[in-house]
Design a protein around this ligand. Structure first.
Ligand SMILES: [Zn+2]
Length: 276
């Protein structure tokens, strides 16, 4: 079945689920039961996995920079709400049926590997015993002082942080030739594996841009899963080479927006807005 055909079928299936779900909610509401479209979709796609996407954690006035005190409050909020941080390996095992995910799983990710991830975010994560994953750009490592060093990465990996690939030089892949894309994907993976001493099998597309062809090249380079900046939650219906994330931005009300993003999540999902 062609991708487009399959895509159309998925939309049709989703619409049916919403219709069935709405009917179920109406039918059961007389008895006070709370079964709606969301619950029915949960049966189809399994547990929802929240994947948060951060960049910087510092006080700079930048929408991608979360002030450290806000970051701490967000992590404490996740703890209080019963979220359990997982590693990319645990996420993959859960999605492929090779492992059991905890209740309310959350994968905390950082893109680019800014040095403030070590100085500001890591102490908070360590103190709260929370796991996180940082997608780094080896072409910047030990070259640009705004980015993590190899020693910082090695230290963090001893304490719950997983380092994965964000390509070699952070170029928008859609503008490159296949050979250049292969180099960006393969050399990043190799360099990280040599320095960190473990296999590197997860990728976050730089600038979030990807397409089916790039996903194919990522698979060819040896990655088993890849993350986008497509807004949504991961579940069994997700494309393993186009995993959804929930970006966290600095806004006028960073904390309030964070709570709302987590709380409003099921409402958006109910209508299948994000996967399509
Ligand atoms: Zn990036």
């Amino acid at each position: 079945m062609s991708f487009l055909k399959c895509f159309r079928w998925r939309i049709l299936a989703k619409l049916c689920l919403v219709v069935i779900g709405t009917a179920a909610a109406v039918l059961l509401s007389d008895n006070g039961a709370q079964i709606g479209a969301e619950a029915i979709q949960d049966i189809e796609h399994g547990k929802k996995i929240l994947v948060l996407n951060y960049h910087k954690v510092d006080n700079s006035f930048n929408s991608l920079a979360i002030p450290p005190e806000d970051f701490r409050a967000q992590m404490q909020f996740l703890n209080e709400q019963g979220y359990h941080t997982i590693s990319p390996d645990e996420l993959y095992a859960g999605l492929t049926g090779k492992g059991e995910l905890p209740q309310n799983p959350v994968l905390i990710t950082f893109d680019d590997g800014y040095r403030d991830n070590y100085t500001n975010a890591y102490p908070i994560l360590k103190e709260l015993h929370m796991k996180a994953t940082i997608f780094v750009v080896p072409g910047f490592t030990n070259v640009n002082k705004n980015y993590l060093t190899w020693d910082q990465m090695l230290e963090m990996e001893q304490n719950g942080i997983t380092i994965e690939s964000h390509t070699l030089n952070h170029k928008a892949l859609e503008g490159l030739t296949d050979e250049q894309i292969r180099t960006e994907l393969r050399d990043s993976k190799q360099r990280l594996e040599e320095r960190l001493g473990h296999s590197v099998e997860f990728l976050a597309y730089p600038t979030g841009t990807y397409n089916l062809h790039i996903a194919g090249l990522a698979q060819e380079a040896g990655y088993i899963a890849a993350f986008t900046v497509k807004y949504g939650n991961v579940d069994l219906g997700s494309n393993i080479y186009a995993l959804e994330r929930v970006p966290v931005f600095r806004t006028e009300h960073t904390m309030r927006d964070f709570y709302e993003r987590l709380q409003y999540r099921p409402i958006l999902e109910q209508f299948g807005w994000k996967k399509n």
